[in-house]
Write a protein that binds this ligand. Structure first.
Ligand code: GLP
Length: 262
């Protein structure tokens, strides 16, 4: 795993955006895996800016989102459908038919999940997956002890995740759905590249356990230690519990120019 420590969330997001933009330049029909939450918002703002000011072209890009709450219709203000359209898709030239987000209202959830996995395969697999991380180390909504072999499926949120996400539901935990559809850890690991963003002190523990702890399903993101092309963009606060923080900075500072942000 490559650890890229930036001074703040903004510069970390800009670096991550350069990686996404480079992929789209090199492969205009790239398949992106996308995440929700507050963490990728600055990344999405920067991608919108690159689209508006530097003609970054999404017309042939395909996207698959990680997850969605079960029971929220697409137009619900806290659905991840709505999040993605409000914060990214409505402001770039992506084609509606190229956007995939799990359907939280699917009547047959197992069948839907199987079709989602198939759609990823049919698209040629995910080139680059964007990830955030929950304070308990979840990626997508793969809560602690999720199988490392899991595929897209229904999951039950932990009480901690319900509490963490209540801030988006007027602070009312009773409004937060308890179930979600999420890509599995196996699905995420199949992406050809993973970039995980984590900002702020409340992610420091999960970041340290992911990077330097044992690989264990109790810390789902730790599986990324086994991914051949995983990068983590973090700010100083999120890096504060890392034992080898100085080493990661040293590695980054001494990279050949051509390799920076690559
Ligand atoms: C949710 C999402 C995750 C996200 C996490 C962290 O649970 N399902 O994909 O990474 O929240 O959210 P935030 O970025 O707001 O801290």
């Amino acid at each position: 795993m490559e650890i890229i420590i930036k001074k703040d969330a903004l510069s970390g997001s800009y670096s991550a955006a350069r990686v996404v933009a480079r992929l789209i330049h090199e492969k205009p029909d790239a398949v992106l895996g996308l995440a929700t939450g507050s963490t990728p918002l600055m990344l999405y703002k920067e991608l919108i800016r690159l689209h508006n000011e530097e003609a970054l072209d999404f017309s042939r890009v395909t996207t698959f989102n990680l997850d969605e709450y079960v029971g929220l219709p697409a137009d619900h203000e806290q659905s991840y459908h709505r999040f993605m359209w409000d914060n990214l898709f409505s402001q770039i030239n992506i084609k509606l038919e190229n956007v995939h987000i799990p359907d939280g209202m699917a009547s047959d959830i197992p069948a839907f999940c199987a079709s989602y996995e198939q759609a990823i395969i049919d698209a040629g697999g995910i080139d680059l997956q964007v990830l955030g991380i929950g304070s308990d180390g979840h990626v997508g909504f793969n809560e602690p002890t999720s199988s490392f072999a899991s595929r897209t499926r229904i999951k039950t949120l932990t009480r901690q995740t319900v509490a963490d996400n209540a801030r988006f539901f007027d602070g009312d935990e009773s409004k937060v759905p308890h179930h979600c559809i999420t890509m599995g850890i196996g699905t995420i690991m199949d992406a050809r590249m993973n970039i995980l963003l984590a900002f702020g002190q409340n992610k420091a523990g999960a970041v340290a356990a992911t990077v330097e702890g044992p690989t264990a399903s109790i810390m789902p993101a730790s599986i990324l230690q086994y991914h051949p092309a995983a990068k983590m963009f973090i700010d100083e606060a999120a890096a504060s519990d890392l034992k080898l923080g100085d080493y990661y900075r040293w590695v980054y500072d001494n990279k050949p120019d051509w390799q920076k942000d690559a």
